[in-house]
Design a protein around this ligand. Structure first.
Ligand SMILES: Nc1ncnc2c1ncn2[C@@H]1O[C@H](COP(=O)(O)OP(=O)(O)OP(=O)(O)O)[C@@H](O)[C@H]1O
Length: 271
């Protein structure tokens, strides 16, 4: 399937390996239908908030439109591991934010069935002044967990993150890798319907990255959890994903079986 195909066309024959075959008949749980995202950006370079307001009051401030996503369409089935690849600034995170409901599409629609655990922006859903323990409850509540549920799973979360000695330290004193550990541990303590993983894992050390990858693989193998993965590690995408969508400079370049799309994407480097 290429960028010009509609999402409902030519879908089923694209699955290659065993896991992909298993989920090929599952119901669609993410339907991205002709989505565009347009950002308004100030057309002049303004150096301070003061300059901005003066220009605004004088009606001298003009905006130009920037299309971060241009008519993107794809469907993801329940239990599928779906990757998004593309070079820097191509719109992958923007796409994830629209799916997670953090950002509204300027045009088109996204329909999502099920609960989402979004690991998109590191620290989103956390209060850096609170301790890690307090943040586990705060972030857990945002993911829909009750206090009783967190109480009974706290040890498991802390053990997975391997940060038992740091639970009463404010999160602002954590390194980015430590924040990622807490965020990943909370998000995957149960099986969310949809797990969205952006570059969150890249700040973790290699041991923690391996642990997260194993956990993601377990969730994928359960056939119940849909995983949406954005990573610049093409090897990680190749290991985890069934299908991949390549978005380049806001345009949908290619969608299909993981290896096929990854090979085409990697060929960018040799052209
Ligand atoms: N709030 C915003 N306002 C204006 N432009 C934005 C905003 N958010 C993103 N953009 C722009 O949209 C484009 C796509 O950004 P996005 O973060 O989705 O890319 P990406 O593919 O995830 O990039 P990377 O691989 O570097 O993380 C970029 O040019 C970025 O500057």
């Amino acid at each position: 399937m290429n960028a010009t195909q509609t999402p409902s066309e030519g879908f089923d024959h694209l699955f290659g390996d065993d896991h992909a075959d298993i989920v090929a008949d599952a119901p669609v749980c993410i339907d991205v239908d002709d989505v565009s995202v347009v950002f308004n950006m100030a057309s002049e370079q303004l150096n301070s908030l003061k300059e901005y307001f003066i220009s605004l009051v004088r009606r001298e401030l003009f905006f130009k439109e920037f299309r971060a996503l241009n008519h993107i369409s794809f469907q993801v089935r329940k239990g599928e591991a779906f990757g998004l690849v593309g070079t820097n600034g191509s719109g992958k995170s923007t796409m994830l934010k629209v799916i997670a409901g953090v950002l509204e599409a300027s045009e088109g629609h996204v329909a999502v069935t099920g609960s989402i655990a979004p690991l998109i922006e590191l620290g989103a859903g956390f209060d850096m002044d609170l301790t890690a323990r307090e943040n586990i409850y705060l972030n857990g509540a945002l993911l829909g967990y009750t206090r009783e549920f967190i109480d009974s799973h706290l040890d498991e979360i802390v053990d997975f993150a391997e940060l038992r000695d740091f639970m009463d330290m404010p999160l602002k004193n954590y390194s980015s890798g430590m924040v990622a550990r807490i965020a990943f541990a909370i998000a995957t303590i149960t099986e969310p319907d949809i797990l969205i993983v952006d570059e969150t894992l890249s700040v973790g050390d290699f041991l923690f990255q391996q642990k997260c990858e194993r956990r993601i693989q377990e969730l994928v193998e359960s056939n119940n959890v849909t995983v949406l993965l954005v990573s610049h590690s093409i090897e990680l995408v190749e290991r985890i994903c069934d299908r991949v969508c390549w978005i380049e400079k806001g345009q949908q370049r290619m969608i299909g079986p993981c290896q096929e799309v990854c090979d085409a994407y990697k060929a960018l480097g040799s052209s």
